[in-house]
Design a protein around this ligand. Structure first.
Ligand code: PMP
Length: 354
């Protein structure tokens, strides 16, 4: 194919590939770490009574109702919170705002596969640091010169949780750059490093409504940090698009944030199912990390992961598989309801022993 002169100036990228969203309804969907339970009941009430004449108006550009509900829940000033359209939007904005030096940013070699895509699209140099054999982070890797640091805690797709002490050590050793901790899965039994934001001006903690609050389809993420960091992020956001989050989303997010009881119930159900699932997986001969997230990263051992993935798909059970070095022996299995997990285990018994 011939290349036009103008194509030299195109911002070319290899995009991130999100997990499959099958359109059939009779599937067991354990491939994108969604929450199997509905959002807080007050979200439904709000939607049923929503006055559509409000759609005439632009949404509140600073999403103040939502920000206030988050600030109340976490005991922060509203000026310490930034909200965006999913944590993908928040992280992308944070990359654009803070990762702006010639030095490489650092993140693990096995991690959320959007980080290298954002680095490429914003022309940010990066260097990956190999995880140890047990998939934990080596903190010394993050003590070299860098233009910023990001990793999820717990990490994805491994589910491995790092300690707050280890993270503090990394933040402390990098006072000249911004350290971002992507806590998309922290609510499923991990300890958040949020308390550290009042001690370290260079730490940004990012969370989402997509997993523990069952609102992946609504697209709400948020970052928490020093007032200075949040101000810098808002300056960039308001230089790109001021009305990113729609009115309904702002209101639904606010309702969800207020219902602590429902949040705890849902999260505890998922944790209980995850622990039961670990038991069943070991009985089936799988090897896996001690996940503290809403998924388990598991190696079937007796049959190739890719084969098991394909056989499950034939039975309309979707899990995630990456044909990539190091992780190609693993399946990432999101935690569904107990019934969904039972269907998975029945299918696995058939595939592995059949
Ligand atoms: N970070 C990690 C580690 C994730 O796995 C995901 C989900 N794909 C995200 C961020 C983004 O989630 P969302 O945009 O739905 O908040």
């Amino acid at each position: 194919m011939s290349t036009n002169k103008w194509e030299e100036y195109v911002r070319r990228v290899v995009p991130y590939i999100p997990g499959e969203q099958p359109q059939e309804t009779d599937v067991v969907k354990l491939n994108t770490n969604e929450n199997p339970y509905p959002p807080a009941p007050s979200v439904k009430e709000l939607l049923c009574g929503f006055d559509i004449s409000k759609m005439r108006l632009y949404p509140a550009p600073d999403a103040d109702i939502l920000i206030n509900s988050i600030s109340e829940r976490y005991g922060l000033k509203s000026s310490q919170i930034f909200v965006g359209v999913g944590s993908d939007d928040v992280i992308s904005m944070a990359f654009m705002t803070f990762f702006n030096s010639d030095k490489p940013i650092l993140f693990p070699d096995i991690t959320y596969s959007f980080y290298d895509v954002w680095a490429d699209v914003y022309h940010i140099p990066y260097k990956t640091c190999p995880l140890k054999k047990d998939f934990t982070i080596n903190p010394n890797d993050y003590k070299q010169e860098n233009g910023g640091i990001i990793f999820p805690n717990p990490n994805a797709p491994t589910g491995v949780l790092e300690s707050v002490d280890m993270i503090e050590d990394i933040v402390k050793s990098n006072s000249d750059s911004i350290v971002m901790i992507d806590e998309a899965y922290i609510d499923f039994g991990g300890e958040s490093c949020l308390p550290l934001i009042n001690k370290y001006e260079n730490l940004l903690v990012i969370q989402t409504f997509s997993k523990s609050r069952s609102m992946a389809g609504m697209r709400i993420g948020f970052a928490m940090g020093s007032e200075k960091l949040i101000k810098y992020m808002n300056d960039v956001k308001f230089s790109v698009n001021s009305y990113t989050m729609n009115t309904i989303t702002q209101l639904c997010g606010t309702e969800s944030m207020k219902d602590e009881k429902y949040f705890n119930q849902t999260v505890n159900k998922i944790i209980a199912t995850r622990e039961r699932s670990k038991q069943r997986l070991s009985e089936l001969g799988f090897k896996f990390t001690d996940s503290k997230s809403n998924f388990i990263f598991a190696n079937p051992v007796t049959k190739p992961a890719r084969y098991v993935f394909e056989e499950l798909k034939k039975r309309k059970i979707y899990v995630r598989y990456w044909n990539k070095p190091i992780i190609c022996d693993y399946l990432r299995i999101s935690i569904g309801t107990d019934e969904e997990m039972d269907k998975l285990f029945t299918a696995l018994e058939e595939i592995l022993n059949g």
